[in-house]
Write a protein that binds this ligand. Structure first.
Ligand code: OAD
Length: 238
């Protein structure tokens, strides 16, 4: 019944925005952050993913992101990513605002993607900001222009979000008739404020819906891949 309701909202919506988190990528084989098998179970994020670690513990910082980048080897988008990309092509999704840094939405073919936390797939120099290849970073090279330290274009704890991605997500969420939030614990500021900006219907899809979901009009419990497949099947019947 809940899925039918959502399908009806999707059909009637002039603008639908999807907000994704790490739970969108777990079915592709990438761990999330705060679940039992998540990155932050055994690692303190501030010790590796912060401005402090970049500036004062660069080797630890680099090794952590090397591990994260290498964990993406042979990783492919799953059916859920593909369904979202297909919905964009069919005019059913206007924007994916994502906290994910793995670019799996792009890999699946989505074009309208706002990377709220940047990505770990592209690299820049911390000093002169010039781009470098991922191999340069993995080989522990310094910047070829100014010998500065290299880093991924990811948002670290202590940094602001990319202005353009934030403004676009904020505006499109505010103006959307429907916002679908998938696979995020909504624990991280400021992205966890975005659902509150929604003036249209607000939907939550997550494996674990045991926390407070009062702000949502509809809650669907299950894995992103499974739930999106069910929605897509119902859409086909409409
Ligand atoms: P979390 O690890 O905090 O939350 C992931 C959520 O996805 C949890 O609520 C899980 O229950 C849910 N989940 C896991 N697998 C799922 C699946 N297959 N289908 C549906 N739901 C599933 O990750 P985020 O909320 O994305 O920041 O974390 C936000 C930010 O914290 C990340 O972007 C990262 C981290 O520090 C940066 O890297 C800057």
């Amino acid at each position: 019944m809940a899925i039918e309701t959502l399908v009806e909202w999707m059909k009637n919506s002039n603008s639908t925005v999807v907000l994704t988190g790490a739970g969108m990528s777990t079915e592709s084989g990438i761990p999330d952050f705060r679940s039992q098998s998540g990155w932050w179970q055994n690692i303190d994020p501030r010790s590796v993913a912060s401005v402090e670690s970049l500036q004062h513990h660069y080797e630890l910082f680099r090794e952590f992101y090397q591990m994260r980048i290498e964990a993406l080897t042979n990783i492919e988008p799953h059916i859920g990513h593909q369904i979202l990309a297909d919905w964009e092509k069919r005019g059913l999704v206007a924007l994916i605002a994502t906290q994910n840094v793995d670019q799996l939405h792009h890999k699946a073919g989505s074009e309208e993607v706002a990377e709220l936390h940047g990505n770990i797939v592209t690299i820049r120099c911390t000093s002169c900001v010039k781009p470098h290849t991922i191999e340069h970073f993995l080989n522990n090279s310094v910047c070829t222009y100014c010998t500065g330290k290299l880093r991924p274009n990811v948002v670290l704890f202590g940094e602001s979000l990319p202005q353009e991605a934030w403004n676009r997500s904020f505006n499109e969420i505010q103006n959307a008739d429907l916002v679908i939030v998938i696979g995020t614990s909504l624990e991280v500021y400021p992205v966890n404020q975005l659902p509150r900006m929604a003036r249209g219907k607000l939907v939550y899809i997550n494996l674990d819906v045991s926390g407070s979901t009062r702000q949502f009009d509809l809650v669907l419990e299950g894995s992103a891949g499974e739930v999106l497949t069910k929605i897509d099947q119902k859409l086909a019947l409409f």
